[in-house]
Design a protein around this ligand. Structure first.
Ligand SMILES: [Zn+2]
Length: 78
């Protein structure tokens, strides 16, 4: 995968995202991603984006002030 920002090579990594939900904050750890070697731009594959959307909509329904989830413990193996 090439970086969408600068076109350089990316490498496989994991990242943590904090998402503001209005009612609270959702922190998702260990999200698989590709990171750019040059500019650190983070890229997610389509499968990961879909699973993130499911995690976010589930978190919205729980309405907790702070929830932390580990992507690797809930995501189905792609
Ligand atoms: Zn880049």
């Amino acid at each position: 995968m090439k970086c969408i920002r600068c076109g350089n090579a990316t490498y496989k990594s994991t990242t943590t995202e904090a998402i503001e939900l209005g009612s609270g904050v959702l922190v998702i750890r260990n999200i698989p991603c590709y990171k750019c070697e040059i500019c650190d731009e983070i890229h997610f594959t389509g499968d990961v984006v879909k699973q993130l959307e499911q995690i976010i909509s589930a978190a919205k329904q729980r309405m907790e002030q702070l929830s932390v989830v580990d992507f690797s413990s809930i995501a189905t193996a792609a």
